[in-house]
Design a protein around this ligand. Structure first.
Ligand SMILES: Nc1nc2c(c(=O)[nH]1)N[C@H]1C(S)=C(S)[C@@H](COP(=O)(O)O)O[C@H]1N2
Ligand SMILES: [Mo]
Length: 251
């Protein structure tokens, strides 16, 4: 599943799986008003087609209710694009930076080129959203998070990490032990090519053993802290330890 990548890894963007997103959704709220609005919208959306209906429902629900989403069959096995904000300003790789701060010996800013120049790891695995949709055989490439941590050096008080997104709203967390796993990446490639804006590019987190909500998109900062601070969906009731098949009632 995981292998050290050949630096000459030649990627061509997979258009088949990188279908363009419609506009990112508004703030989802767990099965409430937005769901009702989404369902009322079905009459009009139904004329356009099933995929549109599914996307409308997914937008209203991310990442919340499997049961309500299950009312309409999924339109194929692809990714749903999720965002908790209406719009995220695209950031080209040349303008991208990742700050690693907090309880570290030497805070550092990594450019996109810095990340690509570090040792690369590839993972191919099934992607699981907690709402029940999965995508088999997704290819990822990036820097092991633990390699970045080793570069900045940790303070003895370091216990956990907080991740921030340049969407300005989404956050995530990992314990230090989770962050050091060999299947947790700061990813610069997904689906065989650059990570598209809708999928959280140019750089997102990829936490292979956990549900999709851990894989924060549009990664902009990593702060080393002395305790776990629950992330966006975790503050709204989802498990902080999001192991696939071991939590959240799915699998
Ligand atoms: N910044 C940000 N990251 C995010 C999310 C989000 O809404 N905002 N949604 C999460 C959820 S619930 C899932 S399943 C995946 C979906 O990834 P995709 O939008 O690339 O399909 O992203 C995760 N990371
Ligand atoms: Mo999700």
């Amino acid at each position: 599943m995981t292998d050290k990548a050949d630096p000459a890894y030649d990627e061509t963007y997979d258009k088949a799986s990188g279908k363009p997103s419609d506009k990112t959704p508004g703030k989802p709220s767990p099965v409430g008003r937005r769901v009702i609005i989404g369902m009322l919208g079905l009459g009009a959306a139904g004329i356009v087609g099933g995929a549109t209906i599914q996307r409308a429902i997914d937008r209203a629900l991310a990442p919340v209710s499997k049961s309500v989403s299950g009312l309409v069959p999924a339109a194929g096995g692809g990714f749903r694009f999720y965002s908790v904000v209406d719009e995220v300003k695209p950031r080209p790789p040349a303008a991208y930076t990742l700050g690693v701060t907090g309880l570290v010996k030497a805070p550092r800013t990594f450019t996109f080129a810095d990340l690509r120049a570090l040792g690369q790891t590839r993972i191919t695995a099934e992607f699981h959203c907690v709402t029940g949709w999965t995508v088999p055989g997704v290819r990822w490439q990036g820097v092991l998070l633990r390699d970045l941590l080793d570069r900045v050096g940790l303070d003895p008080a370091a216990k956990a990490l907080r991740f921030r997104s340049f969407d300005g709203a989404y956050t995530e967390s990992l314990t230090l032990a989770q962050a050091r796993r060999p299947d947790v990446l700061v990813a610069t490639s997904m689906l065989g090519g650059p990570i598209s804006h809708d999928h959280g590019g140019p750089v997102r987190l990829y936490v292979a053993p956990m549900y999709g909500y851990k894989s924060l998109k549009w990664l902009s900062g990593i702060e080393v802290v002395d305790r776990v601070v629950p992330g966006y969906w975790e503050e709204r009731g989802y498990d902080v330890d999001a192991w696939i098949n071991a939590s959240n009632g799915y699998g």
